[in-house]
Write a protein that binds this ligand. Sequence first.
Ligand code: SAH
Length: 340
Amino acid sequence: MNIYSATLEDLEHYFESIDEKKFKAIQVYDWLYKKRVKSFKKMSNIKKTVIDTLARDFTISQPKIIAKQIGKDVFKYLFELDDKAKVEAVLMIHNYGNSLCVSTQVGCNMGCAFCESGRRKKKRNLEPSEMVSQILLIEEDLNIRISHVVLMGIGEPFDNYENVMKFIKIVNCGKGIDIGARHITVSTCGIVPKIKEFAKENLQVNLAISLHAPNDELRNRLMKINKVYKLEELIKAVKEYIVQTNRRVTFEYIMLKDINDSKKCALELAYLLKGLNAYVNLIPYNETSHIDFKKANEDRIMEFYDVLKKNKINVTVRKEFGSEVSAACGQLRSNYEEEN
Ligand code: SAH
């Protein structure tokens, strides 16, 4: 097993299983995540026999950075994994901190009509270690600390549920990377049973729902998942989530020109979300060369915003990042693979 896939608890159990004190897990975490060493040999306060056992039972290996694009306030990385599969991560420099958009799968099976990642089928899930390493490698490359993590890169986090929960535990652990739960956001296209399961995890992590349409007719056209879990069912699950966790939910809404950007859509959306402890994030669409959708005009976006505001819906327009660095989810990977 790759050691970056182990939660602190996993390591504690491991040390107990080899008749060692479980506090050694904290020492190992300290070496990996505070001191950032990449070899067991360097863990100098752990005795040689234990180091040898660790090296027998675990690997310490990380993906490779194979491409990097730099824009204004944005860095985009392409990683090659052990099996040569490729995923990307995007770092955004905000005034409140450094936020990393992490990939959770190689490709995606959700097949959203506007999404570059969905054009290419899922090859496999990412291991926790492969998600953790996106953070570690970028922090090392830029010599910075990442303060926020959003699971909005390639893949559907709730289609890789177990590994994503492990990843969250590892990243959130105070003895390790120590990113606060409230600084972590999981985004889903709306896999209802997993939203229900997530509500029971008792985490302070943020949940974002990719909504993108205020009615089934339109959402069916944009997002295949809506044919499985209709809006009514989705909104009901979100309501239950809010009651159970007492946390506010974000709805993401990409603004697509002449598709979902009308005043009528805004009114329908306001009606759909009325009374919910929710927050709408209007996202200017990142156009990609393989897909026909266009970005909504700015005045249309502002008009949409105003309708929501007037109807007492909390709403913001997301700052645009990285249109100069092919920042649309999955674009760098597609460009790279199609060129090579
Ligand atoms: N599968 C998850 C997370 C990955 S996608 C989800 O659906 O939420 C992260 C967000 O980016 C989603 O809201 C998705 O709909 C959106 N997105 C996909 N392609 C985009 C594009 N070209 N421009 C802007 N947002 C896009």
